[in-house]
Structure formats: structure tokens, C-alpha cells
Design a protein around this ligand. Structure first.
Ligand code: NI
Length: 171
């Protein structure tokens, strides 16, 4: 397994749309293992392949308290979303140290393939629902800050660019 570098907003590669996985083979399993390791190391509750510059529809999530219940979603598809919406404070490994409120459907149903290539469907609410929607957005090239006002987004972009410069300066 290997840790993968996570792209940081406003990197344009975060806006690339991921392609469906054609077959859940050894290559995909290796990507999933590396993504899980990267997510746990961060630590984070979810990671989309787009964030590690792999543009295929793969998401890993672990919303368990002890971070020991890995969920893998390959080619996830939203099949239903509740009309009721809720605000949730979100963060993202691609937008470090920034959190803000985003409104999303409260409950959803998602269809996907598991690590063995078998189709499954789950209904989610609470943190899992938010996390799944957030990660599926990544696969569409959308970062959560794009739900916020332009003013806020510009402020985040400036902050991230400054942070990047500082990191480069440290090398
Ligand atoms: Ni994210």
C-alpha cells in the first residue's frame, strides 16, 4: 500500500469528471487500498479518487467512531434523494483547515459496486449521507466550496494559494 498525494483546491484537476470503472480488477483493488490508507492517515472520513488525481468513479468512506468500518463505492449512483434538506458543516481533505455549512438532501439511496464488483444499494442519512454526496460531487469535478458564495470561494482560493507558497518555501 502507498500514501497518495491529495490535490488541493483550487487545483484544476479537481474539476475533471471521473470515468466509470470498467472492471473491478487487481488494479482497482490496489487503488482502493491506497485510497483507504491515504484517508485514514489524513485522517478523513471520505476520499474520492479525483482527489488523488485518479479520474475513475471510486469512493472510500469510513464514518465509524473507531475508523474501522471501511466502505467502498465503485461507480456510485444516486437513485433517490429526500425532498427534505439539511445544513451540515463540511470539510474536505482538498481544502485543509476550512469548514462551512452546505445544504443537501437529508436522506439518499445510492447504488454502487463493492470491492468484489458486486452491486449493492444502501440508504443513508446523517453523516454518511452528507459524506456520500460530498464524495460523489468530487467524481463530478465539484468541490464543496462551490456551494458557497463567490466572495467566500475567492477568499479560500487566496488562502490556499498562500498556503501552497509557504509549503513550497519550506522545501
Ligand atoms: Ni472532499
Amino acid at each position: 500500500m502507498a500514501l497518495l498525494p491529495v490535490l488541493c483546491y483550487p487545483d484544476p484537476r479537481l474539476h475533471q469528471v471521473a470515468k466509470p470503472v470498467e472492471a473491478v480488477d487487481e488494479r482497482i483493488k490496489k487503488i482502493v487500498a491506497d485510497m483507504a490508507e491515504t484517508m485514514y492517515e489524513a485522517p478523513g472520513v471520505g476520499l474520492a479518487a479525483t482527489q488523488v488525481n485518479i479520474h475513475e468513479r471510486i469512493v472510500v468512506i469510513d464514518v465509524s467512531e473507531n475508523q474501522n468500518e471501511l466502505m467502498v463505492f465503485i461507480n456510485p449512483e444516486l437513485v433517490w434523494a429526500s425532498a427534505e434538506k439539511k445544513f451540515w458543516r463540511e470539510g474536505c481533505l482538498s481544502v485543509p483547515e476550512f469548514y462551512d455549512e452546505v445544504e443537501r438532501p437529508d436522506q439518499i439511496r445510492v447504488k454502487a459496486l463493492d470491492i468484489n464488483g458486486r452491486e449493492f444499494e444502501i440508504e443513508a442519512d446523517g453523516l454518511l449521507s452528507v459524506c456520500l454526496q460530498h464524495e460523489m460531487d468530487h467524481l463530478q469535478g465539484k468541490v464543496f466550496v462551490e456551494y458557497l458564495s463567490l466572495l467566500k470561494r475567492n477568499r479560500i482560493s487566496l488562502k490556499m494559494k498562500k498556503r501552497l507558497k509557504e509549503l513550497v518555501g519550506q522545501r
